[in-house]
Design a protein around this ligand. Structure first.
Ligand code: NDP
Length: 289
């Protein structure tokens, strides 16, 4: 299809989104606070709108990708009336609560609203690696799915406008902790005179890749009411975590994460929990709140 699309926000990500839409043949209108960021897109065929209102009026579908929801609100508020009868897709990173609030605001102005989370970096937008999570009313997603596929695989995750943001931030949290783990491991490995990060990483990538393959089985245990299939002795795990903490300290690397982890396991053992299982690990995080 060749639905016209407006893109508001031409930072690193917004430019990649607009570029993907132009490439896939959608008449594309763009607006950005710093207008010069539209120059390359205009040279490739995009129309530059003079105001946010003009930008919104140019297309049935407006995609927004800005710094945060405060900026999004400040930019869209003066153009609210133009949104009536149109669809607003907000791909700005935010919390579930912000997404629900934005939906209420948009619906209050007669607009259809979808919230989204981009699981890509600018250079992978529109490649087979990219996927984008969407939440909000399914009918709005269905109406624009084909157009949205130009940005990356479009995945609908639920009618609550907040769920795309929840999943997006959960995915980012897993990524963050993984990278923290990587840096910790590299600090340990390179504390040795013979250690180097590149050589060590050749071991770490296949190791972590293998470990990700256990996640679906963990997930099945979390979803099930039956006895968990995967269980490991907590005492054995605790011994390993204490060794990680000690070897880190010996290597001059901070061990606070592993010290906290060991303390939590000691407490579980004291409570009579003897096995590590995925449901227990998830429950543990919940009760820390
Ligand atoms: P940039 O910093 O490159 O762009 C920020 C955008 O917000 C620009 O359009 C900028 O306008 C605008 N902006 C910032 N402050 C204001 C303001 N006070 N008034 C008006 N406009 C303002 O960020 P990205 O493009 O990288 O990120 C945009 C969104 O995309 C974020 O929510 C981010 O989390 C998300 N995202 C980014 C990814 C990435 O790898 N970059 C990956 C996945 C999601 P101006 O050009 O005038 O400064």
């Amino acid at each position: 299809g060749n639905t016209a699309v407006t893109v508001i926000g031409l930072g690193e990500m917004g430019r990649a989104l607009a570029d993907a839409l132009i490439t896939s043949g959608h008449p594309t209108t763009v607006w950005n606070r710093s207008a010069g960021k539209a120059d390359d897109l205009v040279a490739r065929g995009a129309s530059r709108a003079a105001t946010v209102e003009d930008a919104v009026l140019a297309s049935p579908l407006t995609v927004v990708c800005l710094l945060d929801y405060d900026v999004t609100d400040a930019i869209l508020r003066p153009a609210a009336d133009a949104l009536r009868g149109r669809t607003l897709v907000n791909l700005t990173n935010g919390t579930p609560a912000q997404a629900r609030e934005a939906e209420s605001w948009a619906v209050g102005h007669g607009a259809a609203y979808l919230d989204g989370g981009i699981m890509a970096i600018p250079s992978t937008v529109a490649t087979s690696q990219a996927f984008v999570l969407y939440s909000g009313q399914k009918a709005h997603f269905d109406a624009h799915k084909e157009t949205l596929q130009a940005l990356g695989a479009a995945k609908y995750v639920g009618a609550d406008a907040g769920i795309a943001a929840l999943y997006d931030l959960a995915l980012l949290s897993a990524m963050n902790v993984m990278f923290d783990g990587f840096f910790h491991a590299v600090a340990m490995a390179t504390s040795h005179t013979e250690g180097n990060a590149a050589g060590f990483t050749e071991l770490l990538v296949p190791w972590l890749t293998n470990m990700t393959q256990v996640m679906p089985a963990f997930a099945a245990d979390v979803d099930s009411d039956a006895e968990p299939v995967l269980a490991q002795g907590l005492d054995v795990l605790l011994a390993g975590v204490r060794n990680m903490a000690q070897a880190s300290r010996d290597a001059g690397v901070r061990a606070d994460y592993f010290e906290r982890s060991a303390a939590a396991m000691e407490q579980q053992l004291a409570e009579g929990i003897t096995a590590f299982t995925a449901p227990e690990a998830v429950q543990r995080l919940r009760t820390l709140n």
